[in-house]
Design a protein around this ligand. Structure first.
Ligand code: MG
Length: 204
C-alpha cells in the first residue's frame, strides 16, 4: 500500500487497519468500475480509497454535503470547532476536504459530489465496483444511504460499512442495522470484517 500522505494527518475516525482494508478492497475492485464513498468528512478514508483508485486509473466519487452529520453539530459529541464556518454558523468540512485532495494529489482521481446522498444518487446509473458507507449515523440517514447506493453495486462488487457494532454497548446501531438488511436481502454475502468495518460482497 502506497499512500501519498499520512491519513493520520487528516481529521477523521477511521482506524489505520480499516483504512488499509479499504485500500486493499478498492485496489481489487477498481479494475471493474468506479468506487464511491458516502461521508467523506475531511477526507481520511478518501486518501486510502483514492490512492487505490488512482493506481488503477479509476475514479472515486466522494459524496458529502459537508455540513456535518448529526454528531458533528455544535454542542454534539463529535463537534470540531475548527470546521465551523463562522460567517454562516454552519459546519463546513469542504475546505478541509479540498485541502486533503490537493495535498494528496488526488484532484484528478476524486470527484466530490457536494450534496445530500439521496440527491447525489437520484439519477445515478453507473454500476459501482465498491461503495463505502460512512455517512450520518441516525437510523434515517443510514437507511437512506443503504437504499440509495446498495442497488447501484455491480454483482461481484463490494459494500463496506463503517462503525459496525454488533453489541449495542459499543456504539450506535444504525450502521449494523443496514448491514443486517443487506444480508437479509440475499444480495450480499459476508466477508471478513476489519475492526468496525463490515465488508459484504454482492453475489447477484
Ligand atoms: Mg465512521
Amino acid at each position: 500500500m502506497r499512500l501519498p500522505i499520512d491519513p493520520e494527518s487528516v481529521k477523521g475516525f477511521l482506524h489505520p487497519e480499516e483504512g488499509a482494508r479499504l485500500f486493499e478492497l478498492a485496489a481489487a475492485a477498481a479494475g471493474f468500475g468506479p468506487c464511491l464513498e458516502v461521508g467523506s468528512y475531511c477526507g481520511r478514508s478518501t486518501v486510502y480509497l483514492g490512492a487505490a483508485c488512482r493506481a488503477q486509473g479509476q475514479l472515486l466519487f466522494a459524496v458529502d454535503h459537508h455540513r456535518g452529520s448529526e454528531e458533528h453539530q455544535p454542542g454534539e459529541a463529535y463537534h470540531d470547532a475548527d470546521l465551523l464556518d463562522v460567517q454562516s454558523g454552519r459546519m463546513d468540512s469542504l475546505r478541509a476536504f479540498r485541502d486533503t485532495l490537493a495535498r494528496a494529489g488526488l484532484e484528478d482521481t476524486v470527484v466530490p459530489l457536494v450534496a445530500p446522498s439521496t440527491l447525489a444518487g437520484r439519477y445515478w446509473g453507473v454500476p459501482l465496483a465498491l461503495v463505502f458507507i460512512d455517512g450520518g449515523h441516525s437510523h434515517a440517514a443510514a437507511l437512506a444511504d443503504y437504499r440509495t447506493w446498495a442497488p447501484r453495486i455491480m454483482p461481484g462488487g463490494i459494500l463496506a460499512i463503517h462503525d459496525i457494532f454488533p453489541n449495542p454497548d459499543d456504539g450506535g446501531q444504525a450502521p449494523y442495522e443496514i448491514y443486517q438488511l443487506a444480508l437479509a436481502s440475499g444480495l450480499f454475502r459476508e466477508l471478513e470484517p476489519t475492526r468496525t468495518l463490515g465488508v459484504l460482497e454482492r453475489i447477484r
